[in-house]
Every structure is written in C-alpha cells, then in structure tokens.
Design a protein. Structure first.
Length: 159
C-alpha cells in the first residue's frame, strides 16, 4: 500500500512482500540485489525473479548464517572471517555461493574491529560480482552457479 508520493503504509510482512513484488514488477531476466535487507524473502518473490536474487552476507558461508556473525567469529576463536555473495533461496543465507572475500583475524580483533575491516571488503566484493553479472558471465542453473559456461565447484575467492 502506498500513495502517489510512495509513502508506504504497511500492516504486516505479507502485505509488504506482496506490495514489494507489485512495485518492482519483475520481468523474466531481472535481478534483485539485496544489501542490508534483514528479512526472509518469500518464495513467491524468489519465483517472480526466477531465482535471480543476489545477497551479500558478512560471513564465509555456509558458516555463520543469520545475525551476529562477527561475535560468532570471536566466540569461536576463528582465524579467518569474510563475506559472501550468494543467490537467495527460501532458506536464510543458504543459496548457491558466487564469491567470497577472506579476511584474516588477529587475536587482538574484536567484533568492532572486524566490522570496520570487513565492511569495505563487502563493498568491494559486491562490486566485483556485479561487474561479472553485468557482463553476462554468471547464471544460476539447476541451483548451481555457472561462470563462463562452467559450473563453479567452489566460490570465487578474493583475498
């Protein structure tokens, strides 16, 4: 529900997601890019985009899905952290992974220092993946990431 100046009046998530699909009105090959969208994408929206929804997540998926990833890294004494760009499925942070940026963790790091170091890498990774997508080099086919006609066995790794 929105008025002519696009002021949203949403009563619940179901209405919001229906209205979002109506406003976006995806076409066959459209891609929806998520960044900081902290809600589960409903199946009808994923289907409307033919699976072409891309997300960035602050962890080396499949490790640390969901929230508080930096805290989990500290709690588990990990020596490496990072971010992932992946296709979105109906399960949270569970879609096929396109690329990852790896970040070494120092014993002196805390969740704040990790966040400060990782955020610029998230921006860089998303930009790199979007260039690949823009050049029509990557597709999702049968729940697999295809890069230049070849199935990716592992995500593209940036260090």
């Amino acid at each position: 529900m929105y008025n002519s100046d696009y002021t949203f009046v949403i009563f619940n998530k179901i209405d919001f997601n229906i209205e979002l699909k109506n406003i976006l009105s995806p076409k066959k090959n459209d891609i929806l890019l998520l960044c900081g969208y902290m809600n589960k994408i409903p199946e009808h929206l994923i289907n409307a985009y033919n699976g072409n929804i891309i997300n960035i997540h602050p962890s080396l998926l499949p490790k640390y899905k969901g929230l508080n990833t930096h805290e989990k890294v500290i709690q588990n004494n990990d020596t490496e952290h990072g971010c992932s760009v992946h296709f979105v499925t109906s399960n949270i942070d569970d879609g096929p992974i396109i690329a990852q940026y790896h970040l070494p963790i120092k014993p002196s790091d805390d969740k704040i220092s990790i966040a400060e170091k990782l955020l610029p890498l998230e921006h860089k990774l998303y930009y790199e993946v979007l260039k690949i997508i823009e050049n029509d080099r990557i597709v999702l086919l049968n729940n697999e990431v295809i890069l230049d006609g070849v199935v990716l066995k592992k995500p593209i790794k940036y260090i």
